[in-house]
Design a protein around this ligand. Structure first.
Ligand code: FE2
Length: 257
């Protein structure tokens, strides 16, 4: 099974870009399942129901989220109504809209897909370690392959989560920081891992945001309205080549298109 994981989709320009390119990329690379982080899709302020629908129309099978999951009000009811194809971090309080994991059917295999948030420089949510441990226990026997989007700021926290779940969650990738890391690897017990996928968005700004606004914010420390950067768009991510029968990943390959 070949799984494509795409970094944070930043703005409508990135949705339009994926609509143009993703189906062809999937076909060329024999992708069976595509997951993308969508929490910055609505001009860096969360994700609206309409933009979630649009992303799912581009060839993304499952949307994961993060600290901006609840930025747009109309996503609340959409999350509850579409638990099979959009998930938010599982370590939010139980009253939060939506769910933190789902089981997706891919080529007759069951893929348990989990989204979790780190806690370093982010909201003080429940432990990502304990949260994922509980989900794996609860769903034991109901899945063949497990996948985890670790939406976190600190590379150390992402690596700690990756190493902790090595051999139990086969496909693991970090999101949120928008800069791809060069540490794609198969961990000692057979899980595929990368600390950050990068992003799908305009590459000339700062993390997809207009550079002048970000520089103004850092220089003056004044409240600043951010907007999506101009310029050429590209998509960054990773392909996991999964041996689903053995429960291991053969290869992790960084991709950009
Ligand atoms: Fe984020």
């Amino acid at each position: 099974m070949r799984i494509l994981a795409l970094g944070d989709i930043v703005g409508h320009v990135a949705i339009d870009y994926l609509a143009e390119k993703l189906w062809a990329f999937r076909a060329q690379n024999k992708i069976d399942f595509c997951v993308a982080n969508g929490e910055n899709a609505t001009e860096i302020r969360g994700i609206s129901a309409a933009d979630a629908e649009a992303i799912l129309g581009t060839g993304v099978d499952l949307i994961t989220l993060g600290n901006h999951a609840f930025g747009m009000k109309d996503i609340y009811s959409y999350l509850d109504a579409n638990e099979h194809c959009i998930i938010r971090p599982a370590n939010y309080p139980t009253d939060a809209p939506g769910v933190g994991y789902t089981i997706f059917g891919v080529n007759n295999w069951r893929v348990l897909c989990i989204n979790v948030s780190g806690r370093v420089y982010l909201d003080p949510l429940a432990s990502p370690f304990d949260t994922v441990d509980r989900i794996l226990d609860r769903e034991a026997g109901r899945y063949d392959v497990a996948l985890l989007d670790i939406h976190a700021e600190a590379t150390s926290e992402k690596l700690a989560i990756g190493r902790y779940f090595d051999g139990r969650v086969q496909v693991m990738f970090g999101t949120h920081t928008h800069v791809p890391t060069a540490d794609e690897q198969v961990l000692p017990l057979g899980s595929g891992y990368i600390t950050d996928l990068g992003m799908c968005g305009p590459q000339n700004g700062i993390l997809g945001t207009d550079a002048d606004a970000v520089i103004h914010r850092f220089r003056t420390m004044m409240p600043t309205r951010f907007s999506v950067a101009d310029g050429p768009v590209s998509a960054q991510g990773v392909i996991f080549d999964v041996d689903e029968g053995a429960g291991k990943v053969r290869k992790v390959t960084r991709v950009s298109f």
